[in-house]
Ligand binder design. Structure first.
Ligand SMILES: Cc1cc2nc3c(=O)[nH]c(=O)nc-3n(C[C@H](O)[C@H](O)[C@H](O)COP(=O)(O)OP(=O)(O)OC[C@H]3O[C@@H](n4cnc5c(N)ncnc54)[C@H](O)[C@@H]3O)c2cc1C
Length: 106
């Protein structure tokens, strides 16, 4: 499933809050403690990283709070995203103890 960035804003140096919407679904349900796995093709390679959900369910939206990792592969891409950007895939919704509710391959 594709995710579109709605907006992001700085909350501290190298820390931003991001609001996304999941495309083509009306409702994106999750529970406290769950995280999403986001994927993107970077330099021709698919890269996936986990991010904890930082919001309550609201329609098809979800929010994240992210640290910028200087020499990272994925976080610089997220920090470079502009509103309307749909370059991110939401591939998994999971809980830290190992459960997953669904997966959507590239
Ligand atoms: C269950 C789970 C939930 C997570 N939730 C969040 C979240 O809510 N917000 C968030 O920002 N990240 C979260 N992470 C971390 C996230 O998945 C990535 O690891 C992080 O964004 C770095 O990815 P990258 O590709 O930019 O860096 P990489 O390319 O993976 O790393 C590059 C270099 O930076 C180092 N590095 C990696 N991460 C950090 C870091 N955080 N601080 C300093 N150095 C680092 C690595 O050791 C490596 O040397 C979570 C990880 C897990 C497993």
């Amino acid at each position: 499933m594709k995710a579109r960035l709605i907006r992001s804003f700085e909350i501290a140096p190298a820390v931003r809050h991001f609001e996304f919407e999941v495309l083509d679904v009306e409702q994106f349900d999750f529970a406290p403690g769950q995280f999403v796995s986001l994927s993107a093709v970077i330099g021709g390679k698919e890269i996936t990283r986990a991010y904890s959900l930082a919001s309550v369910p609201s329609g098809n939206r979800f929010e994240l709070c992210l640290n910028f990792v200087d020499d990272g592969h994925f976080s610089p891409l997220l920090f470079a995203m502009e509103p309307g950007d749909e370059s991110i895939w939401l591939v998994r919704l999971a809980i830290s103890c190992g459960g997953s509710r669904w997966a959507s391959p590239f």
